[in-house]
Design a protein. Structure first.
Length: 439
């Protein structure tokens, strides 16, 4: 049974225990301090159900991995935002380390009374609700209070929550579709019987804003839309006001850092440092036959080691390979002179996890992974190693009722994945639960 004693009694007991150590006159003098503060509090081993079907079977959680933040001014101690896993047993929590400044005494208020108990590393504590902690200075003159609030996630981190946003009758009839992001707005670029049209999301529906020729191509960098149409690049940051640049490219691919990439009229991979006013041929490290010529996707990502260094991906299909998609990548530096060549990802015979050659392939970056859909649009592929291996996973599954002849995928600034579907006109939106925790 836990001891239930008052603050006064605990203070008196603390003094008595320390005084008893004094011994006779010749012993070293013990100094009592007025400071009162918890300096370290570390969770011990925790558990959660395994759902294995075996009685009392559980999964162990290393509590020390979930750092407790001690706010000395606000008087709070919490593990947020790094919450514990779903279903963590908070009724039986142990601490592995409890420290107070100058050896002060740490107490925890009981759940059902005004009494307090010594907080120690041997007992377990019910932390399903916030608990009051107090630390008493060694002089017993000062007491500091804290509210301890340990939280666990209420949903699985890697579960994908989808919702069918709406159905668009124009998109239903597109012969191909591409999506992008322009200043937090989803844009759709679709091929019609008469040409190509651009639509933007307005009040939960797509509104047509501009038409282009049948062979026009679109790219976005998150802030600006670029459309290449008949040796002209059109650009806009709001899909309403447009600038034009005369150029000699037939398709615009994308932007990474300060660099814009395109396919020239001579079918060369080219780069511009001045928004398309002039172009230079890019260096590649392998056979140019493997540069994608159809279903081309350009993805720009940041490297984890240095925010000034980015990685660009060029992923699509070519006639040189009938089985696999083509994956190219390039490190893009702040200084273009330091850029490396485009590197071709060769899928060797021992790698069975290549990206299949999917018609109408659409690829985006999400949760430090590459996410792809295409072909029959019945599954999602993902790569977490920069396009080397592509797999399917229960975390990345299409929603029930999903239907598409062709599909395009894009991620918005709130970490939602959008999929726009031809054939059905469906517009889906979803995200991994843990990505929502970042907002």
């Amino acid at each position: 049974m836990k001891s239930k004693i008052s603050i006064f009694a605990l203070s008196f007991a603390t003094v008595c225990m320390m005084s008893s150590c004094l011994g006779d006159k010749n012993d070293t003098e013990i100094v009592f301090y007025d400071d009162a503060a918890i300096t370290v509090l570390t969770l011990g081993e925790l558990k959660k159900p395994s759902h294995s079907g075996k009685e009392n079977d559980s999964i162990k959680i290393v509590g020390s991995k979930y750092t407790l933040k001690i706010d000395q001014y606000g008087g709070t101690i919490t593990n947020a935002p790094d919450s514990l896993p779903v279903e963590t047993n908070l009724k039986n929590v142990k601490f592995s380390t409890i420290s107070a400044v100058n050896g002060g005494t740490v107490l925890i208020k009981n759940l059902t009374s005004e009494d307090y108990s010594f907080l120690n590393t041997q007992q377990t504590y019910d932390l399903t609700q916030p608990r009051e902690l107090q630390v008493i200075s060694t002089s017993t003159k000062n007491v500091r209070k804290y509210i301890l609030n340990i939280v666990a996630h209420k949903e699985e981190a890697d579960s994908f929550m989808w919702s069918k946003h709406f159905v668009d009758n124009d998109i239903k009839n597109y012969t191909s579709v591409k999506t992008g992001l322009c200043n937090k707005n989803i844009v759709v670029f679709g091929k019609t019987a008469s040409g190509t049209e651009l639509k933007t999301l307005v009040n939960d529906s797509f509104k047509k804003v501009k038409s282009f020729g049948a062979n026009a191509t679109m790219a976005t960098d998150g802030k600006t839309i670029y459309v290449a149409d008949g040796n002209v690049i059109y650009s806009s940051s709001d899909a309403t006001n447009w600038k034009t640049i005369s150029t000699n490219v037939k398709s615009v691919l994308g932007v990474c850092g300060k660099e814009m990439f395109a396919i020239s009229n001579a079918n060369k991979l080219v780069m511009s440092l001045n928004n398309g006013n002039s172009w230079t041929n890019e260096n590649i490290d392998d056979d140019a036959r493997y540069i994608p010529s159809s279903d081309i996707n350009f993805i720009s990502t940041s490297t984890e080691s240095n925010s000034d260094i980015k990685r660009a991906f060029l992923i699509g299909n070519s006639s040189a390979d009938s089985k696999k998609a083509e994956v190219w990548s390039k490190i893009v530096e702040d200084n273009a002179e330091k850029d490396q060549s485009w590197m071709y990802q060769m899928f060797n015979s021992g790698n069975n996890y290549y990206l299949p050659k999917l018609s109408n392939l659409s690829v985006t970056a999400y949760d430090n992974k590459l996410l792809a859909i295409g072909g029959e649009c019945d599954k999602l592929y993902y790569s977490e190693d920069c396009g080397i291996c592509w797999k399917q996973n229960v975390s990345f599954v299409l929603p029930e009722g999903f239907s598409a002849s062709k599909a395009s995928i894009v991620v918005d600034d709130d970490y939602f994945v959008w999929i726009v579907c031809t054939g059905s006109g469906q517009v889906w939106r979803g995200r991994l639960n843990k990505m929502g925790w970042k907002k």
